[in-house]
Design a binder for this molecule. Structure first.
Ligand code: SF4
Ligand code: F3S
Ligand code: FES
Length: 250
């Protein structure tokens, strides 16, 4: 017997493959029957299996860990693998994340954007001295380790990039994902970089002073990172350094 709560879902997807000559962006709709516990991952596989095998989308972990399934779900960036269809209306609209290179349909290439950002911000620990392989494990206060771990939970999904109006206008802006990385390394006592070095990286309009406090980033971050408080902290810190530099140059 059919459960009354099972719905017929209408899923409309923005289809376009820039690698197919002559292909044009268009919306295509598919009707599928909702199943108990259905996620958008299951729904998209159902569409690919029963309606259109050419539909492109990305999933790796299916557990909110790899960040590869981010897309615009009813106008908001989120992870498709952890989105239950029962939390959405029966009419669902899906589109690829903006900003990133489009591979096709819902699949985007966040990897090259994130790699460029990591290289630009030198997002790795700059060791204080030559690595001493006898002392690889160094003591750190548990509270500080927790604070660093909290920021390290970023999965580079790109939701905060897609949800930020500033990046749409200024493509060099490092976004909340980039500022979160700097906040993380700035906390790390193993990193020899000084606040002045961080100022060189993010003390301008493409960095922390470009953020217009639009707040979309924190609203859409699937890992609930404290992006706003970290951006506000960095802004105050970088402002102090900027003011000191101005005073010295007068
Ligand atoms: Fe995704 Fe949050 Fe990291 Fe942005 S900060 S890339 S939204 S996990
Ligand atoms: Fe963008 Fe977040 Fe700042 S949405 S403008 S990075 S507060
Ligand atoms: Fe890995 Fe969704 S498939 S986060």
């Amino acid at each position: 017997m059919k459960n009354n709560k099972e719905r017929q879902l209408k899923i409309s997807i923005l289809r376009f493959d820039p690698h197919i000559k002559g292909d044009k962006p268009r919306m295509e709709s598919y009707e599928i029957e909702e199943a108990p516990g259905m996620t958008l991952f299951i729904a998209l596989n159902d569409i690919r299996q029963h309606h259109d095998a050419s539909l492109k989308f990305d999933f790796v972990c299916r557990a909110g860990i790899c960040g590869s399934c981010a897309m615009i779900i009813n106008g908001k960036p989120d992870l498709a693998c952890r989105t239950l269809t029962k939390k959405l209306p029966a009419e669902i609209t899906l589109a690829p994340l903006p900003v990133f290179e489009l591979i096709g349909d819902l699949s985007v290439f966040t990897g090259n954007w994130m790699r460029g950002l990591n290289e630009r911000l030198e997002a790795w620990v700059h060791e204080q001295e030559e690595i001493d392989f006898n002392r690889l494990e160094q003591r750190m206060e548990p509270e500080l380790a927790d604070e660093i771990y909290e920021l390290d939970r970023c999965i580079e999904c790109g939701c905060c990039v897609a949800g930020c109006g500033t990046i749409q206008m200024r493509e060099e802006f490092v976004g909340a994902v980039g500022l979160n990385k700097i906040a993380r390394y700035q906390l790390d006592p193993r990193d020899k970089r000084t606040d002045r070095d961080y100022y060189e990286l993010i003390g301008d309009e493409d960095g922390v002073f470009g953020c217009m406090t639009l707040l979309g980033c924190e609203d859409v971050c699937p890992k609930d990172l404290p992006l706003q408080s970290k951006i506000a902290y960095l802004r105050r810190k970088m402002l102090e350094i900027g003011l000191k530099s101005d005073t010295h140059s007068c």
